[in-house]
Design a protein around this ligand. Structure first.
Ligand code: PLP
Length: 361
């Protein structure tokens, strides 16, 4: 059976090696006689899986000891509420709105306190990252929020905002583990794993210990308290056990590859193949300001909606799946996450060249 080149923005392509290994272990995980899916989350075997997953992500991201790693559920969107519920001590937070996901988080935060939009790129359909070197940070802001990589619009913060001493909170869902990060620059970073790391539903939260307190907003459900999960090592209730197991395998795959420096090099090479072509093409055009381009999500257009639709259809028939742009943007988007092989991008560019030859008037 042939696998397609899957350019989906998420859930997205995972390393073939990981999927094969999981398939081999499906009926009998390492002599236990059962699948990880069927296993008690309090068993020795599962304890090892969870502990290794945490140790491996700590090693990959060089996470300092004063940060907790929490494996939670509810997807990235659950964090839109969980963050204000736990962090809004003064009931004030500043949001930088650079796309739909930041906007959703911003709107959610308004339910819990005063959320200020201190910068935005909505004036130009989120095609750039605003200058964040000197923002009007609120004096009593509990945190400053960004969505670091904008899955839908294909922009990425290359420099983190100057938060003037306030904790930085970042949604890294679509750039998770794609390159090295300095965790100490964040108060909290989190990502839904369904792009670079594993199956949808799992969300990994990396949070500085001093931000984990009993003092949550009144009415915060127990399941929405960071402290309960931190105190219980992500085992307060049944965790998304199988999903975490796959994440663990992806961490090991990344370590074998050489870690996040190596991953970054591969991702840069891969993205350059596509961006270089877009820059010289007479038919296709990238939609993002060059200096803010994401390594993970590459939106592009022909400028003609009918031609865009024709391209998506013909690409699908040729084995390139999920190239249609987000429903709110149109055009095309190639998501080229960690597990997309460079051959996939090279073949896509070959296909685009052929399409251009046939369709350029
Ligand atoms: N944040 C970003 C940057 C995303 O790309 C997505 C989903 O694609 C989400 C949040 C929402 O994730 P979930 O569907 O896991 O709630």
């Amino acid at each position: 059976m042939a696998r397609v080149y899957n350019f989906s923005a998420g859930p997205a392509v995972l390393p073939e090696e990981v999927l094969k290994e999981a398939a081999e272990e499906m009926l009998d995980y390492r002599g236990t006689g059962m699948s990880v899916m069927e296993m008690s989350h309090r068993s020795k075997a599962y304890e090892t899986i969870l502990n290794e997953a945490e140790a491996d992500i700590r090693e990959l991201m060089n996470i300092p000891d004063n940060y907790k790693v929490l494996f939670l559920q509810g997807g990235a969107s659950s964090q839109f509420a969980m963050i204000p519920m736990n962090l809004m001590k003064n009931k004030v937070a500043d949001y930088i709105v650079t796309g739909q996901w930041a906007k959703k988080a911003f709107q959610e935060a308004k339910i819990y306190g005063t959320a200020n939009k201190i910068a935005s790129s909505e004036d130009k359909t989120f095609t750039y990252i605003p200058d964040c070197s000197d923002l009007p940070i609120s004096e009593n802001a509990d945190y400053v929020y960004i969505c670091e990589n904008n899955t839908i619009y294909g922009t990425k913060f290359k420099t983190l905002p100057n938060t003037k001493g306030k904790p930085l909170v970042a949604d890294v869902s679509s750039c998770f583990l794609s390159e090295p990060v300095d965790v100490t620059k964040y108060g909290l970073l989190y990502g839904g794993v369904q792009k670079n790391v594993g199956p949808a539903g799992v969300v990994i939260v990396i949070i500085r210990e001093d931000l984990i307190t009993e003092d949550t907003l009144p009415g915060t459900p127990t399941m929405f308290k960071y402290k309960i999960h931190a105190d219980n090592g992500s085992l307060y209730n049944t965790p998304p056990a199988y999903g975490i197991y796959i994440c663990g395998k992806v961490f090991k795959w990344l370590k074998k590859l050489g870690g996040l420096e190596a991953m970054k090099e591969i991702n840069e090479k891969k993205a350059a193949v596509l961006y270089n072509f877009l820059d010289e093409s007479k038919l296709f055009k990238g939609t993002v300001v060059k200096e803010d381009r994401s390594l993970m999500n590459v939106p592009f257009v022909t400028g003609n909606e009918e031609l865009d639709a024709k391209f998506v259809k013909e690409a699908k028939a040729a084995g390139f799946e999920n190239l249609k742009g987000h429903r709110t943007v149109g055009g095309m988007r190639a998501s080229i996450y960690n597990a997309m092989p460079i051959e996939g991008v090279k073949k896509l560019v070959e296909f685009m060249k052929e399409f251009e030859k046939k369709n350029l008037k």
